[in-house]
Design a protein around this ligand. Structure first.
Ligand SMILES: C[S@@+](CC[C@H](N)C(=O)[O-])C[C@H]1O[C@@H](n2cnc3c(N)ncnc32)[C@H](O)[C@@H]1O
Length: 189
């Protein structure tokens, strides 16, 4: 058995997938290298679809190659910012929206999510998920922009109306080297 709590991105995804069923529409807001996209595409199956956003051509190409290697073809790519999600996904239609913040590993570190755009994207994501759906955010504060972004995201999340949303936050409390943290937000039914 895997020690799941030591693997932040897998933990984030395994909880997310508990909210996803075959045939669902889901959003990968930051497809990057495509790992999350593959997991989401498998979960929704051929009857469902994933909308994969990224502002970097390199990320979209990497994700496309990964999907191709896995024989997956239920992903629609959007080469726009996640802040523009509402132009591509109808409100209340997605079972899950997944954000993996920061920069593309092995890519240009100056192309990163920012506090302002991320909050904008999260606001749209909450309108995009259906009731009973989930928004998942993996946050990294090992770089300066990430520190500010995480602080702003946590302030924003803490202020969400508890009658409409449930917010959970996971931090690896005794680990070194700024491990990623997870935020989950579900929309109450
Ligand atoms: C940490 S990586 C994502 C990793 C990915 N989820 C995976 O499984 O490999 C962050 C990605 O966010 C992208 N990004 C940054 N700002 C964005 C924005 N406003 N909209 C969409 N993607 C953005 C970056 O180009 C980068 O590829």
């Amino acid at each position: 058995m895997t020690d799941l709590i030591t693997r932040t991105t897998e933990l984030a995804m395994s909880v997310t997938l508990a909210y996803v069923e075959p045939g669902d529409t889901v959003v990968d807001a930051t497809c990057g290298g495509g790992q999350d996209t593959v997991a989401l595409a498998r979960a929704v199956g051929p009857e469902g679809q994933v909308l994969a956003f990224d502002i970097q051509r390199k990320a979209l190409i990497l994700t496309e190659a990964r999907l191709h290697a896995h024989g997956i073809d239920n992903v629609h790519f959007v080469d726009r910012s996640f802040a523009e999600m509402s132009s591509h996904v109808p409100g209340g239609s997605a079972a899950a929206v997944v954000f993996n913040l920061g920069y593309l590993p092995g890519g240009d570190h100056s192309i990163t999510t920012t506090a302002e755009t991320t909050i904008e994207g999260l606001e749209v994501a909450l309108r995009t998920i259906q009731r009973g759906g989930i928004v998942t955010v993996v946050m990294y504060d090992g770089h300066d922009a990430g520190k500010l972004e995480k602080a702003r995201v946590l302030d924003w999340a803490q202020a969400l109306d508890s009658r409409k949303f449930h917010v959970a936050y996971v931090s690896m409390l005794n680990q070194q080297n700024d491990p990623p943290e997870i935020l989950w937000i579900t929309k109450k039914k």
